[in-house]
Structures are given as structure tokens and as C-alpha cells.
Design a protein around this ligand. Structure first.
Ligand code: AMP
Ligand code: MN
Ligand code: MN
Length: 350
């Protein structure tokens, strides 16, 4: 791990431990709410399973506590990806432009940097109190009450603890949201963060009666035929560079808006594309470059351990975790991958 990032992670862990006192103010922020106080929950742009699941699971918990004036939202296009179309708590969602302008309490989920809140970032200032629940070591340090645990496998780990401290009963709907979040960020319990505590949490969730097989099929193992054809096109143009990343190797590909159009697919279907790419055995690093505007690209980075891709992402103004990170790139795919190639060799894990 590069020095800068190992120092950043050590500092974040130390901060979280020093801030363990923050459970009390976070609990107080909820318990002191009057029944009609405005509460706004916000997760990151292009929400993934952890962002939506953590936010909606917490929202259902607040509803159980009698919070009535409750909204959940995220910036950018107001579109819930099809795999999440049956997630419990979706009725809490409102488009960003309908979100309370001056909430009494704002709670933020899985957001590594304020930029990931888009136009909703102003609510951090406008709200009477803001509480931040996250697990990114690269979290930039915003919000009044911070519960940011970089050792948590998912934001939902932090959510479950806070719900417990609020004496919310873990019902099947809350459990399904938190399970989707946990399964998403652990790659279905395969990644390094899959600790005994993660399995213990999964056990508590499954004990409520939720059905992991059915949930996994719905969330991870289901996509339209045309999405599969789109994947085939994009995977067929992948390139492998064995010399990249100090000889650990890189594989990369890109998907354009035209690719999406040709197959009549929505951008979120590409979120799953990093999975086949990161399985390439010969290399350590995998990169998927997804067009979001003519010269703007959402870039996903993964490593098997030889490179700290969160350091690469930070150098390119993004963020994430050591083995999974992202940033926004500009120019052509060739230009974007050139910036990645250059940074990779600077952030080898020694
Ligand atoms: P993704 O490749 O989109 O699945 O993202 C991998 C990880 O990197 C997640 O933890 C994201 O929260 C984080 N991430 C992705 N893009 C950005 C960005 N532009 N800024 C900060 N963090 C990001
Ligand atoms: Mn996320
Ligand atoms: Mn997460």
C-alpha cells in the first residue's frame, strides 16, 4: 500500500475510534426529532445496492419509530435501476427537486465526497443537523455527526448498528434492504472485507425470513437479453496490457452512449460489466470506462492487491476503496486510460 493511502486509512480508523462517541449524538439527533420534523435521507449519485439499501433500510427504521415527514432521494437522473425495482421502502423516494429544502435532519449514506451528492450537497449546510454514515477510507470529512468506519464492509454495517442503538426492530423489509447492501459491497460475500462479523450480520438478517437465493437472482443474476448482447460487444473490444502496473498487468475496455443506444439499454446496466473484466486471470488491474457525456466518462477500477486503486482514483479526483475505486475521466477512452496507466505504476503496493 502506498504510504499516503495507508496513512489516510490509519488516520480514518483512528478518527472513527476517537469518534465512537458519535453514536450518542447520532442517536440523539433521531430521538430528539419532533413527530413532524422534516427528515431527508440522501445517498450517492447512480446509487448502487449499498447506497439504496442502506438509505431505505434506515428510512424504514425511522418510519417504525414514528417519523412521518420522511423523504429519501439521490442526485442526478431519478431512475431506480431495474434490479432494485422491488426493494422495500421505495415509496420513501422522491426526485431530488422535490426534496425538503431546509430539513431539520439530513442523513447521508455511502457518500465518499460531497461531489457525489451533486446539487443536494447544499442540504449539509441548510439542515439543522447532518449525520454521515459511510465506510470509505477516502471520505473527505463533511457533516456534523460522522459515523465513517473504513473497516466496515458496507455502509449498511454502520446502519445496522445505529438502528440497533435506536431500538428499531429488525423486520424482514429492513433486513432485505441491508442484505442487498451487504451482499453488493462484499461481492456476495467473496471479497476481503468478508469477516466473521459480516457473516454474523448476514445471519441476523436471514433469520428474519428473507430469501437470499431469490434476492441474489433478482439483484445480481438477471439482465435483459439486449444487455447481454451489449456486454458481448463491449467485452470483445477489451485490451490487455501485461506491462502495465509495474508488470502486474491491466485489462480495460470502454462503453459508449452509442453502445447503450444500439441495444436500447440504460446506463446502470453497465455497472455489472466490471465483474467479467476483473476475472481476467493474467492481470491485476481491471478498468471499465463508461461514457456519460460526449467527453465525460465514469471509470471503474479494480485490483486484486498489487495496486492501491483508491490512491489512483484520488490522484484523478475520485475515491473508493483499496481494491475498488472510481473517478470521472475526460477526453477520449485512449486519453482516460493513459492517465490511469500513468498513475498505476505510482501506487503499487509494496
Ligand atoms: P464503482 O466502480 O462505480 O462500483 O465504484 C467503486 C467504488 O469507488 C465505490 O466505493 C464508489 O463509491 C467509489 N467511487 C466511484 N466513483 C467515484 C467518484 N467519482 N468519486 C468518489 N468515489 C467514487
Ligand atoms: Mn456505493
Ligand atoms: Mn458502500
Amino acid at each position: 500500500m502506498t504510504d499516503t493511502v495507508s496513512r489516510a486509512i490509519a488516520a480514518a480508523v483512528a478518527e472513527f475510534e476517537a469518534e465512537n462517541d458519535n453514536w450518542a449524538p447520532a442517536v440523539a439527533a433521531v430521538e430528539e426529532l419532533a413527530p413532524d420534523d422534516r427528515v431527508l435521507l440522501i445517498c450517492h449519485v447512480n446509487p448502487d445496492g449499498d447506497a439504496l439499501g442502506s438509505m431505505l433500510g434506515f428510512g424504514l427504521g425511522l418510519r417504525q419509530l414514528g417519523v412521518r415527514n420522511l423523504q429519501a432521494t439521490f442526485p442526478g437522473e431519478f431512475e431506480v435501476p431495474a434490479p432494485f425495482a422491488a426493494m422495500p421502502g421505495l415509496d420513501l423516494l422522491v426526485p431530488a427537486h422535490e426534496a425538503h429544502a431546509d430539513p431539520d435532519l439530513v442523513v447521508v449514506f455511502d457518500v465518499a465526497a460531497e461531489s457525489r451528492m451533486g446539487a443536494l450537497a447544499d442540504r449539509l449546510e441548510r439542515a439543522t443537523t447532518s449525520v454521515v454514515l459511510d465506510h470509505h477510507a477516502t471520505n473527505t470529512g463533511f457533516g456534523d455527526v460522522r459515523l465513517v468506519n473504513p473497516r466496515a464492509a458496507a455502509t449498511s454495517v454502520v446502519v445496522e448498528e445505529l438502528l440497533d442503538q435506536l431500538d428499531v426492530e429488525l423486520d424482514a423489509d429492513i433486513a432485505e434492504c441491508l442484505y442487498i447492501a451487504l451482499a453488493t459491497d462484499t461481492g456476495s460475500f467473496r471479497f476481503d472485507m468478508t469477516t466473521p462479523q459480516v457473516h454474523e450480520m448476514a445471519a441476523r438478517l436471514i433469520e428474519t425470513g428473507i430469501r437470499p437465493g431469490e434476492i441474489s437472482r433478482r439483484i445480481f443474476d438477471s439482465r435483459p437479453f439486449e444487455a447481454m448482447k451489449l456486454f458481448a460487444d463491449v467485452l470483445s473490444r477489451a485490451e490487455m496490457e501485461p506491462e502495465a502496473a509495474g508488470g502486474h498487468g491491466m485489462v480495460w475496455t470502454y462503453a459508449t452512449l452509442e453502445d447503450l443506444d444500439r441495444h436500447a439499454q440504460r446506463p446502470y446496466v453497465l455497472d455489472a460489466l466490471i465483474d467479467p473484466v476483473r476475472c481476467v486471470a493474467e492481470v491485476d488491474v481491471s478498468v471499465v470506462i463508461k461514457q456519460v457525456a460526449p467527453t465525460e466518462w465514469a471509470v471503474s477500477l479494480r485490483s486484486k492487491g498489487a495496486v492501491d486503486v483508491s490512491a489512483v482514483a484520488i490522484a484523478l479526483h475520485g475515491g473508493g476503496h483499496r481494491l475498488a475505486a472510481g473517478f470521472t475521466g475526460y477526453g477520449t477512452p485512449a486519453e482516460v486510460i493513459a492517465t490511469v496507466r500513468q498513475e498505476l505504476s505510482k501506487h503499487l503496493v509494496s
